[in-house]
Design a protein around this ligand. Sequence first.
Ligand code: NDP
Ligand code: MG
Length: 401
Amino acid sequence: LTNGGQCPPYRRLPKRIAILGSTGSIGTSTLDVVRHLGTDYAVTVLSAHTQLDLLATQVAEFRPSVVVVTDEAADEADIRRAIGPGPAILRGAAGMVAAVQRDDVELVVAAVVGAAGLPAVLAAVEAGKTLALANKESLVVAGSILVPLARKNNVQILPVDSEHSAVFQAMAAGRLSEVRRVILTASGGPFRKTPLEQMRKATLADALNHPTWRMGSKITIDSATMFNKALEIIEACWLFDLPPDKVAVVVHPESVVHSMVEFVDGSVIAQLSPPDMKTPIQYALTYPERKDGCGKRLDLSRSFALHFEPPDAQRFPALAMAYQTAERSGDAGAVLNAANETAVAAFMAGRIAFGEISDVVQRTITGHSLTPGKELDDLLEADRKARVAASALIERRGASA
Ligand code: NDP
Ligand code: MG
C-alpha cells in the first residue's frame, strides 16, 4: 500500500453492458437509464440496424469499444465516417453474436425487434452473460432452447417487458408452488371500443396511435391486434415455468398496474407505476438492488381511477391463438411469431388491411403441420417456412383484391 498503510477508498467497478438495438425505443430508454445511473455502468457495445446518425451521437456520448451495424446494405466507409475512429466495427447478425461474447461484456440488453434478435440472445446465454430481455420474440421462437440453456449455464434472464418485470417482482411474495395464476394486464390498445368493422379497416396512423405507451412501430401494431399480449402469454410460460392455463389476461386501459400474481390463498400482488419503460429497464440493470429511479412516478396527490375488464375474444383472436400455440409447444411459437412479423410488415407496407393481420396468422398456423422438433435448426426452418406461407397468403390476397 502506497498511501501510508491505508486501504484505498472502495470503488465499485462499473457494470459493462452491451445494448443490442440501441437506436430503438427500448435502446434509447436504456441509454437514458445508464446516463441517470452514472459511473456504475459502462457501455461497451452498441448495435444499430439502419440509424447511423443516431448511433454516431450515442458513440460520441457513451464511447463504446465496439459498434455493430446489422444492416448489410450499410457501407463500411460510411459507418466509419459517421462514428469516428474510436470503436471497432462489427457487421451483421454474426457481429452481434461476436460482440456479446466479448470479455468486456457482463450484461446484455436485448432490444432488437423480432426473431432477428435470437442468435445474439442465444450467444449471450451460451457465453454466461446476464440477459436483460426485451426481445420477447426470441423466447416465443426458441424458449425451449433458451430457458434450459440459461438454467444449465446459471444465467439470469431478467425481464424488461413491463408485465414480466411486474410478475418477476410480485413472485418474490411467495413460492412458485403457491402461485394460482399470473394475470397479465393489457391496455386494450387504440381499438378497444372501436366498432369491429371500422377496426378491420383501421389505417396505419390509427394503429400507431397507442393510448398509453410510446414504443417502436412493430410492437405498437402488435398492441393494437393484441398479438403483443399473445407473445407475452407465451413469454410468461417460459420465463416463470407456468402452464398456459395459469396465465390470464385482463384489460386495464390506464397501464398503471403492470401485472399481478394471484397466490393460492387468494392474495393478489401487483406492481404499479406510470407507463414508462425506464422503470422496468432500470430494475433489470440494477437487480437485485433498487436505485433512485428516473422513470415517471405515481402522483397520489390527485384522484385517479383504475379499471379492469375481461378481454373481448372476438375482437382479439390473437389471444386464443396464443393459448393454442403455448399448448402445442414444439415449433408452434416460431410459426406464430414469423407469421405475425410477416403480416405486420405487409400491413405497414399497405399491402393488407389491419383486420387481415390476424387472418394471415391464423391461416398460417392452420396450414402448418406441427413438428415436435426442438433443435434450433428445426425452429429456424419452421420460422422460414411460416414466412413463406404467410407471404403466399398475402400475395394471393393481393391478387384477388
Ligand atoms: P424499435 O423498432 O424502436 O427498435 C428496434 C431496434 O432494433 C433498433 O435499434 C433497430 O435499429 C434494431 N433492428 C431492427 N431490425 C433489426 C435487425 N434485423 N437486426 C438487428 N437489429 C435490428 O423497437 P422497440 O424498442 O419498441 O422494441 C424492441 C424489442 O423490445 C421488441 O422485441 C419489443 O417487443 C420489445 N419491447 C418493447 C417495448 C417498448 O416499450 N418499446 C416494451 C416491451 C418490450 P435501427 O433503428 O438502427 O434500424
Ligand atoms: Mg409488455
